[in-house]
Write a protein that binds this ligand. Structure first.
Ligand SMILES: C[S@@+](CC[C@H](N)C(=O)[O-])C[C@H]1O[C@@H](n2cnc3c(N)ncnc32)[C@H](O)[C@@H]1O
Length: 365
């Protein structure tokens, strides 16, 4: 019962939200609260608002399948400027009570609300877009969610089991995602590509192909939004992006390859991680808390998509070259004279390039 909770009001974008008063202001929030709300996920929800402003049409249906306070779905109804047919669902009755209060607070009158196991809903209904934002791993929901998205619609998935999806915990990664992994200096990228690869393989079982709109790492989670296309041919086409990753700890060489050999990471998504044109051409509303950060992310994601190879960090290469780390901008300029080179969203000292490691090390000396 929400009358037993201590509540407060917060604002994200143009949306007011009643949330538990003890909700944390930053970092991962606890799942052991009566209703979950994590202010640090505002960036994640802002990106949904920005992209779905472009991707949804009037009348599109959107299922916020694990809605908690209703934050994401209500923000989409309130801020995309689209007349969407919103469905909020959560298995926790207290969360649903709070989500209803938040719908009222924001004058979102037409939403459908349910309190059921998301897996049941996904078997029974179809939507133009479905968001899955669980505690930890989304693995159990994907094979049900992919066929529940209408042809040409969108599946949005957050994974907060970052250590597992990124291969830091190889046993859990194999159990949960069916992916063999080792710890690498570029493990956040493995997390993003493992999530995309898992979604693609689970969707393919249901004869659904996927095309990434965006896939990224931020704060403590990985996230993707993919377009779903029905049909065996589309599933086959998306599986062409599944491959493996080689990483030689001595030479630091790394590549995506088509077939797995002993010690390689995979299966993971080795193709394009985003719709670069869409990200470059999406206008950002000024009122969002994280407009500047989104703009930086979109620019980096679109740029790094130019090269499909795991990223490097300046520090790992400097250690190998036994030299001080160069300024990233200076290194990128030198690399740009030999091949392609772009900074990435994975961190301020990261970049992707098609230049051989030996050559990069030579330039750093
Ligand atoms: C991380 S929270 C969702 C946060 C929310 N999307 C947001 O943006 O604030 C996960 C929610 O999933 C709900 N949940 C977990 N397993 C579920 C299931 N199988 N069916 C329905 N709801 C479930 C929990 O009650 C919880 O509210």
């Amino acid at each position: 019962m929400i009358r037993d909770l201590s509540l407060t009001i917060t604002k994200e974008g143009n949306t007011l939200l009643i949330v538990p008063a003890n909700s944390e202001k930053s970092g991962p929030a606890s799942s052991r609260v009566p209703v979950f709300y994590n202010h640090a996920m505002e960036f994640n929800r802002d990106i949904s608002v920005v992209l779905f402003n472009r991707l949804l049409r009037d009348g599109s249906s959107f299922l916020d399948g694990l809605t908690a306070t209703g934050a994401r779905g209500i923000r989409l109804a309130n801020e995309t400027g689209k007349n969407i047919s919103l469905h909020l669902n959560d298995g926790n009755p207290t969360a649903i009570e709070l989500a209803r209060r938040n719908l009222d607070l924001n004058g979102v009158a037409m939403a459908e609300v349910s309190c059921t196991d998301l897996r049941k809903l996904l078997i029974e209904r179809r939507f133009d877009a479905i968001d899955i934002d669980p505690f930890g791993s989304p693995a159990q929901f994907i094979s049900l969610a992919a066929p529940a998205v209408r042809n040409g619609g969108y599946l949005c998935v957050t994974a907060t089991d970052t250590g597992t999806v990124s291969g830091i915990f190889p046993g859990a990664c194999l159990r949960r995602y069916g992916t063999r992994a080792i710890r690498t200096p570029f493990y956040h990228e493995i997390g993003v590509r493992n999530l995309l690869g898992f979604v693609a393989r689970e969707a393919a079982r249901e004869e659904v192909g996927i095309e990434p709109v965006i896939a990224f790492y931020a704060d403590h989670y990985v996230r993707c939004i993919v377009r779903c296309r029905r049909g065996a041919g589309n599933a086959d086409r998306s599986l062409k992006n599944i491959g493996f990753c080689t990483f030689d700890q001595n030479s630091l060489e790394r590549r995506f390859v088509g077939f797995q050999e002993e010690g390689q990471i995979g299966p993971i998504w080795t193709g394009s991680k985003c719709d670069a044109d869409l990200l470059r051409n999406t206008a950002l509303p000024a009122n969002l808390g994280s407009s500047d950060r989104i703009s930086r992310y979109f620019e980096l994601l679109a740029g790094e998509n130019d090269v499909q190879r795991p990223h490097f960090t300046v520090d790992e290469l400097a250690r190998k070259a036994k030299t001080g780390p160069p300024k990233l901008s200076a290194l990128l300029e030198m690399l740009g004279q030999t091949g392609k080179a772009h900074p990435t969203h994975f961190g301020p000292k990261t970049f992707v390039t098609d230049v051989e490691v030996e050559r990069i090390l030579g330039l750093m000396k």
